[in-house]
Design a protein around this ligand. Structure first.
Ligand code: SAM
Length: 223
């Protein structure tokens, strides 16, 4: 069986009982960085496990090895460095391969940064569109241009290096909609968690001072 196990996005207290149980009882943990997952297991006082690391999104040789082990009846747990596997993280290709081969899967849900961000955003979240990371070059401008007509809350991830540039691009693309709300979630669930709130018009008049440290989720309110 393949268990898809969500892990904390910065606060160990967010690990679920089922995640702990699953990581304890599985035969192998499939992860990204073995040091990150090794550290998590250590903090949870789970005895050392065999790890298979999968950095790429579709490492076909590794997927074959994993499928072979699953077919032999072993119990594998898939985790990512943080949050929910497959959400802007490796995992999709593995789950897809397991599903195609009729291998039993189970989900062990838990944290995801975009859900934490949306829940504290104060924006309408009955409907939203999750974009992952914006493309760096090709298609970036045209994707941002679609925000002007989006009737759902928009949520995406951004790195510390591009946060200001991206906000400037968005403010420019939405300049005819000065009331559109912008919410930035930084370091969610961690010691320095904060939500910064502005509008396109206010940002254009005076950009917010953003502490350029940590991890960010950007949300744009609907039209
Ligand atoms: N799988 C993860 C999830 O379920 O959210 C996402 C992994 S993605 C590679 C990493 C990005 O998620 C970061 O660059 C940041 O944009 C966002 N992120 C992860 N943890 C965060 C946190 N604690 N606060 C704010 N954003 C976070």
């Amino acid at each position: 069986m393949l268990s898809i196990v969500a892990t904390p996005i910065g606060n160990l207290g967010d690990i679920t009982l089922r995640a702990i149980e699953t990581l304890k009882k599985c035969d192998v943990v499939v992860c990204e960085d073995t040091r990150v997952t090794g550290n998590l297991l250590k903090q949870l006082e789970i005895p050392k496990k065999e790890f298979i690391s999968m950095h790429g999104y579709s490492d076909s040789k590794k997927i074959d090895v994993i499928m072979h082990r699953l077919r032999k009846g072993e119990h594998l747990a898939l985790v990512s460095d943080a949050g929910t596997p497959g959400i802007s993280d490796p995992g999709y290709a593995l789950v897809s391969a397991a599903v195609e081969r009729g291998i039993q899967i189970e989900v062990v849900p838990g944290p995801a940064a975009f859900l934490a961000a949306l829940s504290g955003s104060g924006l309408p979240i009955n409907q939203f569109v999750y974009i992952g990371f914006l493309p760096l070059k090709k298609g970036r401008k045209s994707l941002i241009a679609t925000f002007a007509a989006e009737e759902r809350t928009i949520v995406f991830y951004e790195s510390v290096h591009r946060i200001e540039k991206t906000l400037m691009e968005i403010a420019e693309a939405l300049k005819d909609q000065p009331e559109r709300k912008i919410v930035i979630g930084r370091e969610l669930t961690k010691m320095h968690e904060e939500f910064l709130r502005t509008t396109v018009g206010a940002w254009r008049a005076k950009p917010l001072q953003i502490i350029k440290k940590g991890e960010f989720v950007i949300m744009i309110g609907a039209i």
